[in-house]
Ligand binder design. Structure first.
Ligand SMILES: [Zn+2]
Length: 368
């Protein structure tokens, strides 16, 4: 534990870790083979400069915090220990040095800088990690402002409260926990323009239409890790809306992964009522198909997974649960399919009077 982070990372055998470290501290050394093309010297130093800038823009600790990582205890020198976000970790083995913007895990032996972390965490290549980070650092402050704006609107507009009530969302805790907001339709553009965002940026982010209107108008808003989900409260518009780009991983996964039993639901309104009923071990896949990252998250350790997918008339939720159940069986995961009554999803189950005890019984009745 007394070994300095620097030495531990240097002792790493992985080429990529070492190079990430080197590039943090000695930009002149060992970077060449990372470049995607055989760049000439001029381009190479340009690239290196851009990488250094990117890393300066994204302090590792800030990025980790945004991924829901929380330090468990403080060490000397301003360093922190916490659970490793790269695998199932039961006692903190993940060391973060905010000053150097480096991490090292005593459990899995991996370490490096913010780019290396993004590669490992999102399971992507080096260039993909760079574009994820670039996108993140451009979009994050903007989305933060947008979410704050929508959260204020939620409490000012009656129609939003009425809709939430219809969907069974009553407790202020769940609204706070999920940071739910409402896009009433006016004012977003002028608010963001005042904050200094040019309309072209807002349009290319998908937040406003070509004509300058809020693209989420009359939708309940749920912030995701680097996207926004908007549910239309009227039938006049398509029900679901996301910004261009990935939906990301499982919803609030870092808060859930420590549980040995995890409930997976399809939609955020399902999530809200299940969480509100007291089940804290719930996550959401935003649809009945898991993307590669979500699947990998679910399989990152041994656990029982309850698939509480829609029991809809066309059977798509149940057949998705069945095929996912088969895929999960091949991993270290024990899947269970939750037998919701015909025609129900978890949201309608609770809205129509189901309670926590009845839902618990469904979980107990779930079969592989
Ligand atoms: Zn680890």
């Amino acid at each position: 534990m007394e070994t300095s982070l620097q030495r531990v990372v240097l002792a790493e055998d992985s080429r990529s870790d070492r190079n990430s470290f080197v590039s943090t501290h000695h930009p002149c050394l060992g970077f060449r083979r990372f470049l995607p093309h055989a760049a000439n010297q001029g381009e190479e130093s340009m690239n290196r400069k851009a990488l250094d800038e990117l890393k300066q823009q994204i302090p590792l600790l800030e990025y980790l915090t945004a991924q829901e990582w929380r330090p468990a205890r403080a060490l000397s020198g301003g360093r922190w220990m916490g659970l490793c976000p790269l695998h199932t970790d039961h006692k903190p083995s993940f060391l973060v040095d905010p000053q150097k913007s480096l991490f090292y895990c005593y459990g899995c032996g991996r370490g490096g800088d913010v780019i290396r972390f993004a590669e490992l965490y999102h399971q992507v290549t080096f260039p993909q990690a760079l574009s994820l980070l670039r996108e993140w650092c451009g979009l994050t402050p903007l989305l933060h402002s947008v979410v704050e704006f929508y959260r204020l609107q939620l409490h000012r507009r009656n129609e939003a409260a009425i809709y939430l009530d219809q969907r069974g969302i009553h407790s202020p805790e769940v609204i706070e926990h999920m940071r739910i907001g409402y896009a009433a339709g006016g004012g977003l553009r002028s608010w963001l323009t005042q904050l200094g965002y040019p309309p072209s940026v807002l349009h290319s982010a998908g937040l406003i239409t070509q004509a300058g209107y809020d693209s989420y108008t009359r939708r309940i808003i749920f912030p995701l890790e680097s996207n926004l989900y908007g549910r239309s409260i009227t039938r006049a518009a398509p029900p679901h809306r996301f910004l261009p780009g990935s939906k990301g991983g499982l919803y609030l996964w870092e808060q859930v992964r420590r549980y040995s039993e995890v409930i997976v639901v399809e939609g955020l309104f399902d999530y809200a009522v299940v969480w509100q009923a007291g089940f804290r071990n719930v996550t959401c896949s935003l649809g009945n198909h898991l993307n590669a990252r979500q699947f990998q998250q679910l399989c990152d350790g041994p656990r029982t997974v309850y698939l509480a997918f829609d029991s809809d008339a066309n059977g798509s939720g149940q057949s998705a649960a069945q095929s996912m159940s088969r895929r999960l069986c091949a991993q270290s995961v024990s899947p269970r399919r939750v037998p919701l009554p015909d025609g129900h999803d978890p949201n309608s189950f609770f809205v129509q009077g189901g309670d926590a005890r009845q839902f618990q019984r469904l979980l107990e009745a779930a079969l592989p």
